[in-house]
Design a protein around this ligand. Structure first.
Ligand code: IPE
Ligand code: IPE
Ligand code: MG
Length: 259
């Protein structure tokens, strides 16, 4: 396993979250409120992404994961879906070189087979180009669903076990976790959902097991560095107990490093 699960390792209290995962919601309502077409909200939403990526770099966050398109979003009107796809292509064309120059590693996770061949190729190219960057890792979840992720992980693990002549063997959490789409990252410390809804909408179901949750009414296009700082501050004020008592946690966090 690349990372010890956050559910097993208690991060230092008050630290900047290593991994922030965001459901960027409220683009449509942001636009409607201004008597604009929903597309205007999505365009503004891309600008907000740029601002939050920069803010995460300057604050020393290591992983930023953004829910851009869910497995359920195909249910939207065809024009909105195709517009979102076009926006995705344009954003890749415009941003990848800049990201690379800033040492950002880009990953796109989800069932990419449903995207057209050109988009799939662009994604591969962008990932390869930025693969060795060691600054912020930005993950875009596209045609992603938490249930899809768990099922695909299970199927890949089964294939592996079968090849090793161990088909049907009972599996454990670490084995399954190693096949999840984001096995390269620790689990999110902080989950943010903008746009006022207080639901998970089939985002990272497995990985959010012990994340701190932050919900804000701010629509995604208005979510700026100050709003991110407010979310981080709220995170820093919390005590992550992972099942232990408060007394146990404070004893551990006051222990010297060498202990
Ligand atoms: C989030 O904003 C963007 C995507 C889901 C692609 P919405 O488009 O869901 O905006 P609202 O929720 O309708 O305001
Ligand atoms: C969740 O937003 C998915 C993304 C932000 C990509 P939705 O707006 O699609 O979520 P629901 O359907 O209202 O729960
Ligand atoms: Mg929405």
């Amino acid at each position: 396993m690349a990372h010890i699960s956050s559910t097993k390792e208690i991060p230092v209290a008050g630290a900047i979250p290593k991994h922030i995962a965001i459901i960027m919601d409220g683009n449509g309502r942001w636009a409607t409120k201004r008597f604009l077409p929903r597309v205007a909200g999505h365009v503004k939403g891309v600008e907000a992404v740029r601002g939050i990526v920069e803010a995460c770099v300057s604050r020393g966050v290591s992983y930023l994961t953004l829910f851009a398109f869910s497995s359920e979003n195909w249910r939207r009107p065809a024009e909105e879906v195709s517009l979102l796809m076009r926006l995705f292509v344009t954003a890749l064309e415009k941003e990848v070189a800049k990201m690379h120059a800033n040492n950002i590693r880009l990953k796109v996770v989800g069932d990419l087979t449903r995207f057209d061949a050109q988009l799939q190729k662009m994604i591969k190219k962008a990932e390869t180009k930025t693969a060795d960057n060691r600054g912020l890792t930005v993950t875009i979840c596209a045609n992603y669903g938490g249930r899809w992720d768990i099922v695909q992980a299970f199927n890949h693990l089964q294939e592996q076990l079968q090849a090793a002549g161990k088909a049907g063997q009972a599996i454990n959490e670490d084995q399954l976790g190693a096949h999840l789409a984001m096995a390269y990252a620790p689990e999110p410390d902080l989950f943010i959902r903008t746009g006022g809804e207080t639901r998970i909408s089939n985002f990272l179901l497995w990985q959010l097991a012990y994340s701190e949750l932050h919900f804000t009414d701010t629509f995604w296009p208005d979510f700026d560095a100050a709003a991110l700082d407010a979310a981080i501050l709220s995170y820093q004020a919390r005590e992550r107990r992972f099942g232990q008592t408060s007394a146990q946690v404070s004893k551990q966090s006051s222990r010297p490093e060498s202990d």
